[in-house]
Design a protein around this ligand. Structure first.
Ligand SMILES: Cc1cc2nc3c(=O)[nH]c(=O)nc-3n(C[C@H](O)[C@H](O)[C@H](O)COP(=O)(O)OP(=O)(O)OC[C@H]3O[C@@H](n4cnc5c(N)ncnc54)[C@H](O)[C@@H]3O)c2cc1C
Length: 446
């Protein structure tokens, strides 16, 4: 029997395994899929490499975490300058939108500035109530112009949810609040950067983002059991050991259990879940993601990625160009495109066949001029991920605390994006794993 079982071998589970092992703990990682990585897996096919959970880059404000990610990659990394744009009414606007207002058509520029100034005056006079939801937060921060031209349509596309139905507690630090001077500079064409911690990013030279997880896993490969789909987690009578069974009939026993798998899955494996907790868990919202991969002969535009807020320009909210992150992810003379579409079970995207989604993405990319000639296409592929984005709806705070309390009562620790059920990027997951392992070390002898 091992001391600690870690459910799930995505970035969080693998990082935890490494950190706990370094501290002398005995761990096993139980991963459902034939390979580790979760959302950070990459597909290598026909000379192309695509990140199957959407385009990933390595960046962080957290210098300890950033140093860790860069150090484990050793020589297998490259730095790039972010070159991102927003597709806007048949043209391109620099990103972030509010830092490039001068590039807007003049009527839209006036609308954005006028509404921004009106909002600032209303705020100064104390005429605005504190925002009650994400939509109001956007309006109070940027004004109705920027909200209607970009912020609301883009966010409603990526979250697949009306912004009025979303909470705003998570946005500070994620969506930068522009200083008034920056908005004015941006309106008259003085360059301001915005979102500078992402201005330069790191990406593996070979293997896609999965090579980050593989590099973290390399000292702990012996602790990882793949093809182990957890199907029940039971605690023996009297607060005893955990008995964890897989759908294939295997059993793992452990003194402690850390879950990095989605809460919705975990709760279905635990016993005697009270109805109120189950209902709270069922009410937690998330988005699924469909990624379309395209390999092309010849070049793509020199962008890192493009945001696409308008629905009529395509179902995708973002198009990225992996071959601009590393030339080794496409064969010589070729380039690549990755389109991301968020969806939910039961909506029209979820009902489409692979061929129909790929066909529609290709047709839109041709229409907006990203693919010049369909005969350039030498590769297409598609992947669907059920758990991609946590969506903070208005019921989130109450629901998540009920579920977390129940898991704490069951002595199952929660670490990671869908286990904590928080909008954590890779750096946030690694930070959670570091913090957890430090607390664990001080409370639990190896
Ligand atoms: C479109 C998109 C783009 C992103 N881009 C970036 C980016 O550029 N930079 C960045 O820092 N972050 C990015 N992220 C976030 C990043 O992907 C996540 O923070 C990270 O991958 C989460 O890791 P995790 O281990 O917590 O969860 P997951 O990756 O979801 O891992 C959970 C693991 O549990 C396993 N599992 C599930 N059920 C079971 C079961 N029953 N039994 C056993 N195992 C099970 C799964 O197979 C999986 O391996 C992006 C995310 C998305 C969706």
């Amino acid at each position: 029997m091992v001391k600690t079982a870690i459910l799930g071998g995505g970035l969080t589970g693998i990082t935890l395994a490494r950190l706990l092992t370094e501290n002398g703990h005995d761990v096993v990682v139980l991963e459902r899929e034939p390979k580790i990585g979760g959302l950070c897996r990459s597909l290598v096919d026909d000379g192309f490499t695509f990140d199957i959970g959407g385009s990933h880059i390595i960046f962080s404000r957290d210098s300890e975490v950033l140093d860790f990610m860069r150090a484990v990659l050793s020589d297998n990394k490259d730095m790039r300058s972010r070159n991102t744009k927003i597709l806007y009414k048949n043209g391109y606007i620099g990103y972030p939108f509010e830092n490039h207002l001068y590039q807007l058509p003049r009527d839209d520029l006036f609308f954005c500035i006028h509404e921004f100034i009106k909002t600032q005056i209303a705020l100064e006079k104390g005429d605005l109530e504190p925002p009650a939801n994400f939509c109001e937060w956007i309006h109070h921060t940027f004004g109705r112009g920027i909200a209607e031209c970009y912020m609301v349509p883009y966010n409603e596309k990526i979250w697949n949810c009306p912004t009025e139905a979303m909470s705003h507690h998570w946005v500070d630090g994620r969506i930068p609040r522009p200083p008034v001077e920056d908005i004015l500079r941006s309106a008259i064409g003085i360059e301001t950067d915005g979102y500078t911690h992402q201005a330069e990013f790191t990406y593996p030279v070979t293997g896609g983002i999965e090579s980050l997880v593989n590099a973290i896993a390399s000292p702990v490969e012996d602790c990882i059991r793949t093809n182990f789909e957890v199907s029940s987690v039971r605690r023996e009578e009297g607060e005893g050991n955990f008995v964890i069974r897989s759908s294939g009939g295997e059993v793992a026993e452990a003194e402690r259990c850390i879950s990095t798998i989605p809460l919705q899955a975990l709760l279905s494996y635990l016993e005697d879940v009270p109805q109120g907790v189950q209902e709270a868990c069922d009410a937690l919202c998330y988005n699924s993601l469909c990624c379309v991969f395209i390999g092309l002969e010849g070049e793509v535009p020199d962008y890192s990625w493009l945001y696409v807020p308008q629905k009529d320009l395509g179902e995708f909210n973002r198009i990225s160009f992996p071959s601009n992150y590393s030339t080794a992810v496409a064969p010589p003379g070729h380039s690549s495109i990755l389109a991301e579409i968020t969806y939910n079970e039961g909506d029209h995207i979820s009902g489409m066949s692979d061929e129909a989604v790929i066909g529609s993405v290709v047709e839109r990319l041709e229409r907006i001029g990203i693919i010049k000639d369909p005969s350039q296409i030498v590769y297409t592929g598609i992947e669907w991920q059920r758990f991609a984005y946590v969506v903070y709806d208005l019921g989130y705070p109450g629901n998540i605390s009920l579920v977390r309390e129940f898991c704490a009562d069951q002595a199952v620790s929660l670490v990671g994006r869908f286990s904590q059920f928080e909008y954590l990027n890779m750096d946030g997951c690694i930070r959670s794993a570091i913090d957890f392992s430090r607390t664990f070390q001080s409370t639990t002898p190896p």
